[in-house]
Design a protein. Structure first.
Length: 187
């Protein structure tokens, strides 16, 4: 009986999806303000990943933005995208005023509104939690030798597609394993 064979393309795809799962763990276990977890995560691949790329191309046309077009190509050429968002309309309970309100109670009562890309106002500490979760996820990918890059344009498209619908801010981390990192030296 001959040993099982795993072809490179299949093995790499499976490993990338497993790496994405480890990235979710890194985002979940990243430190949070007052130990309150308002981080949301999702792995998107296949047709849903392509929906994000298509929405980004649409937004590129609407906004006359080469950045959206370039990032859409990166998403299309990626195996998967890890989405990480935050419920930024909840307060961290610090009463710091960075949101522009007198205190957290006033912030939480205020009507939140959709800006061009995200819903605001956002609690500064929830935004910091999002940054820490993103950094933890990207570092995990890096430790696993998975090419990645944090991209805000992916998150704006994902929000418009109602992915992570509870989030007020979402960022995306596309992942791939190619002979050369596709997320750098971009034009």
């Amino acid at each position: 009986m001959s040993p099982p064979i795993i072809e490179s393309k299949h093995g790499e795809k499976e490993a990338l999806l497993e790496a994405a799962e480890f990235m979710l763990i890194a985002a979940r276990t990243a430190p949070k303000t007052a130990g309150i977890d308002d981080i949301l995560t999702l792995i998107v691949y296949g047709k849903d990943k392509d929906r994000i790329a298509n929405k980004m191309r649409e937004m590129a046309e609407e906004r006359k933005s080469e950045g959206f077009r370039r990032d859409a190509k990166n998403v299309k050429d990626s195996e998967a995208v890890v989405l990480i968002g935050v419920r930024g309309s909840k307060s961290g309970g610090i009463n710091c005023g960075a949101c522009g309100f007198k205190d957290c109670a006033e912030f939480e009562k205020a009507k939140k509104k959709l800006g061009e890309d995200f819903v605001g106002s956002t609690c500064l500490f929830k935004a910091l939690d999002l940054g820490i979760a993103l950094g933890s996820a990207a570092k995990t990918a890096s430790l696993l030798n998975v090419d990645n890059r944090i991209m805000y344009r992916i998150g704006t498209a994902a929000l418009k597609l109602k992915m992570l619908s509870e989030a007020t801010v979402v960022m995306g981390i596309p992942i791939s394993a190619k002979g050369k990192n596709i997320y750098f030296d971009r034009k």
